[in-house]
Design a binder for this molecule. Structure first.
Ligand code: C2E
Ligand code: CA
Ligand code: CA
Ligand code: CA
Length: 277
């Protein structure tokens, strides 16, 4: 009896209860968010080595009625777990394509590429390719301007199916970038087989680039590996000119980070482009 009493106490651990309630509330609020259009895309510029804008990454935000802007770090893991990432991901694809259509019609933004983040669960859905194609058609998007960022976690599935899906999309011009490169699982054998266009150096290697000789070595290796695989390379999390200079000296030609701009709402992004062009 004593034992089950202890179990009972454990079951009603107040901290645990709060976290379950929080989770339930969060899940409910996320469903409401979808219905009420509370998601928003922010855009972070990507530049070349002369700091000319070449594209942007779309980063989701949740505009919560009480909490204000909520970071994706606070809800993406949960929506990946519950499966809600499918609907949210579809919203991201639709919104990004609608935005690309608008950019294609304006002189300042024509030719800018737009990168979207796609979760493993989303990519592995049977209709992923169709969903992308439908949005591209719906908004007459030039497929060459749409870039899909995948993380190495995507590659943990059946590699043949992954290659087929990527090939189908790459055949119509869609580009693929391997996000957070160097932080996860990666086999060079696979890298060679995938129709990738870009490796994205994770910001954890860029952060202390100018003081950490290990990070210098890693970055150097990623860049030369990308070059020998015929891939372009972009560094994320670039915050200082020194970091950018070092990256340039090693052959990196594309950059993203607070040095150029934080992720910003669409209006700010569109007024920023002519300024830094
Ligand atoms: P990520 O794809 O690696 O995106 C880069 C993150 O680094 C972004 O955080 C960006 O705001 C931040 N960042 C950019 N430049 C700098 C810099 O110079 N310094 C520092 N310290 N940080 C910088 P954010 O926007 O909070 O997004 C976090 C993560 O959430 C993303 O990491 C991505 O994994 C996920 N995410 C965002 N939007 C989406 C989405 O639409 N779909 C999915 N599946 N995941 C998303
Ligand atoms: Ca990304
Ligand atoms: Ca990243
Ligand atoms: Ca990351």
């Amino acid at each position: 009896a004593k034992k089950s009493g202890r179990n009972l106490v454990c079951f009603f651990d107040p901290k645990m209860e709060i976290s379950i309630i929080n989770r339930v509330v969060l899940e409910r609020d996320l469903l409401i968010a979808l219905e009420h259009n509370q998601f928003q895309l922010y855009y972070q510029v990507q530049v070349d080595s002369s700091n000319t804008p070449v594209g942007a990454e779309a980063l989701i935000r949740w505009n919560h009625p009480q909490r204000g802007i909520v970071s994706p770090l606070e809800f993406i893991p949960l929506v990946e777990e519950t499966g809600m990432i499918i609907e949210i991901g579809q919203w991201v694809i639709d919104s990004a394509c609608r935005q690309l259509n608008a950019w294609q019609q304006h002189v300042n933004t024509a030719g800018l590429s737009l990168s979207i983040n796609v979760s493993a669960k989303q990519f592995h859905k049977a209709d992923f390719v169709d969903i992308i194609k439908k949005s591209i058609d719906k908004y007459s998007v030039n497929p060459k301007l749409l870039k899909i960022e995948l993380t190495e976690s995507v590659l943990l599935n059946n590699i043949q199916t992954i290659i087929e899906k990527m090939n189908t999309l790459a055949a119509i011009g869609i580009q693929f970038s391997l996000d957070d490169f160097g932080t996860g699982y990666s086999s060079l054998q696979y890298l060679k087989k995938l129709p990738l266009h870009q490796l994205k150096i994770d910001q954890s290697f860029v952060r202390e680039l100018c003081v950490d000789s290990n990070d210098k070595t890693i970055v150097k290796t990623i860049i030369s590996m990308a070059q020998s695989l015929g891939l372009s390379v972009i560094a994320e999390g670039v915050e200082t000119e020194q970091q950018q200079q070092y990256l340039i000296s090693q052959g990196c030609r594309n950059f993203q980070g607070y040095l150029f701009s934080r992720p910003v709402p669409i209006d700010q992004f569109e007024s920023l482009i002519p300024q830094i062009a």
